[in-house]
Design a protein around this ligand. Structure first.
Ligand SMILES: [Zn+2]
Ligand SMILES: [Zn+2]
Length: 263
């Protein structure tokens, strides 16, 4: 039993074969996945996936790489998050790599998401790229420790990880940790407490070795999980169980309950 804590199954990359992707996910033992929203326009499609598949959940949020979409108010986010299949707020955060210039709007959007997450008591899914200092400052200033969350597709250094852990956040590793060039990230992974680790694909992006370069899909989270289990010197089953427990604790869901079974 393994959970892909972050994927984008609504994206056009999956329009032609989503059913087969979900079948391969089940066959690989990836029992559940969290489908992440990137803007309000596409939120209904993400929620529809979670409504029609009882092993999928959804989140609600606006990604920092989308400058020209409808902005959400705190109320918009809280209302969307009231849906029973919506278990998190995001993805949100800061990205100074993909976009440059005056990014005050990104910081403002991020603050709105933290306030919404606190207001509805759901965890944040945080994206940060080339912006760790500002990301941490906003998480602190907005008291994000009250709602908690996950630093998704983590690629920062240990100092950043430690601050996130101190704020009560979880650290999610994607296929990047399997890349040859990611030696320093593997050092971070070794130091993260086992009760704070999650795994994800970020599909359709960032397929892990040995699928690197292909379209990623939830089934491939098994490669990242197996890689991390070896890195941490624990059994694969133990790693799957602990990341599943971590996901359940963070998002307040139970995957063992009969009503959460696979349809
Ligand atoms: Zn992201
Ligand atoms: Zn994402």
């Amino acid at each position: 039993m393994l959970i892909d804590s972050h994927c984008h199954l609504d994206f056009p990359e999956f329009h032609n074969d989503r059913g087969q992707v979900l079948e391969r996910m089940q066959a690989a033992g990836v029992t559940h996945a969290l489908c992440i929203s990137v803007n309000l326009e596409e939120f209904p499609a993400v929620v529809a996936l979670a409504e029609t598949h009882c092993n999928l959940w959804a989140t609600c949020g606006i990604h920092p790489d989308y400058p020209d979409v409808r902005e959400a108010s705190i109320r918009d986010l809280v209302e969307a998050a009231a849906h029973p299949r919506v278990i998190g707020i995001g993805e949100t955060g800061l990205d100074y790599f993909r976009l440059q210039g005056d990014l005050a709007w990104q910081r403002s959007r991020f603050r709105t998401h933290v306030r919404a997450a606190r207001s509805c008591a759901k965890p944040l899914i945080v994206h940060t790229r080339a912006a760790s200092a500002d990301t941490l400052a906003i998480l602190r200033e907005e008291e994000a420790s009250e709602c908690g969350g996950v630093m998704h597709c983590f690629t920062e250094d240990w100092d950043t990880a430690r601050v996130c852990l101190d704020l009560g956040f979880y650290i999610s590793f994607s296929g990047i940790v399997t890349f040859k060039s990611a030696a320093s990230l593997r050092e971070v992974a070794r130091r993260v407490p086992h009760d704070r680790i999650l795994v994800e694909t970020d599909a359709p992006y960032l397929a892990p070795v040995p699928q690197r370069g292909k379209r990623n899909e939830p089934a491939f989270v098994t490669y990242t999980a197996a890689f991390l289990a070896t890195l941490l010197k624990i059994e694969a089953e133990e790693f799957e169980a602990l990341t599943t427990r971590n996901f359940e604790r963070l998002f307040g869901v139970s995957v063992a309950a009969p009503q959460s079974g696979v349809s």
